[in-house]
Design a protein around this ligand. Structure first.
Ligand code: ZN
Ligand code: ZN
Length: 250
């Protein structure tokens, strides 16, 4: 390929190479080609109508799961587009650790599509997101959920508002067991926006792991009398959540 020709190609297709198959991307998103994108399996299983986790295989219709019945979450519902595994996990790590900011577009697009389908008819007042702890944000240089929420706000034409802040110093959730996570984040958030009462809020995050983050953040919004509908790009499978003992990336 001549230098001029490859320059023209790069100008026309400024996507770089696919993180999954390694081929030059001609169509798709920065970081993943259209072919690999189509191969990623969406969540199509029977899920809990509250927390969005998959229900046991022998159930035929959607309902509220046992966990949500036992301890009803402060949010109305949570939906996720993909499972956190394989290519999806790779993309999220590329985004958060490899700092490929452009991937926020892909995540935002997938979440928005899911929101349009599953939250049809809900008139959201604004989009918000799970903030990053101050030090993490400083080290990372960006807040992953904020970038994704910005894309959702654009796609769904709903204003973006940052309403959550940390109430205390929280440790990174990585490497903590489920109980430690709960303790770490307990009363960890506060709602810094005064006009939440009576609003419907779309709360965005990248991954849904044990659900503790979502639970604690939705709690403060709900006590300010706002309604929370959450959406994430990917979620851990239930059996993995139950197995969480040691290292976890998020
Ligand atoms: Zn590819
Ligand atoms: Zn549930």
């Amino acid at each position: 390929m001549s230098v001029v020709f490859s320059k023209v190609v790069n100008f026309l297709y400024p996507f770089g190479t696919c993180r999954i198959c390694g081929n030059e991307i001609k169509a798709g998103f920065s970081g993943i080609c259209f072919y690999c994108l189509k191969k990623i399996k969406k969540i199509r299983e029977i899920c809990c109508t509250t927390c969005g986790r998959t229900l046991p295989e022998n159930l035929e219709e959607e309902r509220v799961c046992g966990l949500c019945l036992k301890e009803p979450p402060p949010y109305k519902r949570h939906i996720s587009s993909y499972y956190y595994e394989g290519a999806v996990r790779d993309l999220i790590l590329q985004f958060k650790i490899g700092k490929r900011y452009q991937l926020a577009k892909l995540f935002g697009k997938a979440i928005s599509k899911n929101v349009k389908e599953k939250y049809e008819g809900i008139d959201f007042d604004f989009v918000t997101y799970i903030p990053s702890p101050f030090l993490r944000r400083l080290l990372r240089g960006f807040c992953p959920a904020e970038l994704i929420a910005m894309e959702c706000s654009k796609k769904l034409k709903i204003p973006l508002k940052n309403i959550l802040t940390f109430n205390k110093r929280v440790k990174p959730q990585k490497g903590l067991t489920q109980n430690q996570r709960k303790e770490n984040l307990k009363n960890g958030f506060k709602c810094s926006y005064r006009f939440v009462k009576g609003t419907k809020i779309l709360l965005i995050d990248d991954i849904f792991t044990t659900g503790t983050t979502l639970f604690e953040s939705a709690k403060v919004i709900t006590s300010a009398k706002g309604e929370v509908f959450a959406a994430t790009f990917a979620q851990r499978k239930r059996r993995e959540i139950e197995m969480i003992k040691e290292s976890i990336e998020d």
